[in-house]
Design a protein around this ligand. Structure first.
Ligand SMILES: C[S@@+](CC[C@H](N)C(=O)[O-])C[C@H]1O[C@@H](n2cnc3c(N)ncnc32)[C@H](O)[C@@H]1O
Length: 231
């Protein structure tokens, strides 16, 4: 990983904002990810994220924290929060923003236990592929204190396969339709392609059942997105 994402976040934080991140996927064309969005305040967050922050309690782990927007909000509210991200640049920025309990590690290397684990902005993305979901869920479960909860958001992206006549062109013989290849570029530099997973609620619930987690739908968003609580 070249950490192009982290580089872009550092540029923004250090006053060198001239361009946004360009993303594309195996099923969609180029799109812009505005850097200011990754520094959003509570009022600028989607309702699903606001709901997750309202439900957070106890010692909180913010997984894939990015610049630490969610962590900073919770810390200001008086909660004890740890933030982790595989992007060294992102962790650097979270620290520059005043968040001290931040570490550049992979979720699979985390060993502490928590009352709340947050995975936001398509939290299932870090599972990468359907086949890896139970491995990540089992690990997340092992990081929960008694009565702990995991708050995670994702989307059912079936709509992305809809053609102009309202039909769907999902290849039923292919892998799960929410498995995407994700491409990021910034200032002309390309990141190594990533795998990024969108999980519909039914599939997430099924995967949770196989690892002994209870999965509850907390809130649906306006565009096939949802927030779930696993306990
Ligand atoms: C879509 S961004 C979301 C950032 C932040 N949560 C937000 O809402 O602004 C996903 C983040 O997850 C991080 N990430 C991806 N895989 C990870 C892993 N295995 N462990 C920890 N962080 C990971 C990425 O580096 C990235 O910062």
């Amino acid at each position: 990983m070249k950490d192009i994402f982290g580089k872009a976040l550092l540029d923004y934080q250090n006053g060198n904002y001239t361009e946004d991140i360009i993303t594309s996927t195996s099923i969609s064309d180029e799109d812009i990810l505005p850097l200011p969005y990754l520094f959003r305040s509570f009022s600028e967050m989607p309702k699903l994220e606001q709901k997750a922050l309202q439900l957070a309690k106890g010692y909180v782990l913010d997984v894939g924290c990015g610049t630490g927007s969610h962590s900073l909000y919770l810390e200001k509210k008086g909660l004890n929060v740890k933030a982790i991200d595989i992007s060294k640049g992102a962790i650097h920025v979270a620290k520059q923003r005043g968040f001290t309990n931040a570490e550049a590690i992979d979720i699979l290397d985390e060993t502490e236990t928590f009352d709340t684990i947050l995975l936001l902005m398509n939290g299932t993305g870090i599972f990468q592929e359907l086949i890896q979901v139970s491995k990540y869920l089992k690990h997340l479960k092992s990081l929960l204190k008694p009565n702990g909860q995991i708050l995670i958001d994702s989307s059912d992206i079936k709509y992305m396969y809809e053609d102009e006549d309202g039909g769907f062109w999902v290849d039923t013989n292919a892998e799960y339709y929410g498995e995407l290849d994700y491409f990021i570029s910034y200032k002309g530099e390309k990141e190594t392609p990533l795998k990024w997973l969108y999980l519909d609620f039914k599939t997430l619930k099924l995967a949770c059942e196989t690892v002994g987690l209870h999965c509850e739908l907390i809130k649906e968003g306006e565009h096939f997105d949802y927030l779930a609580r696993l306990s």
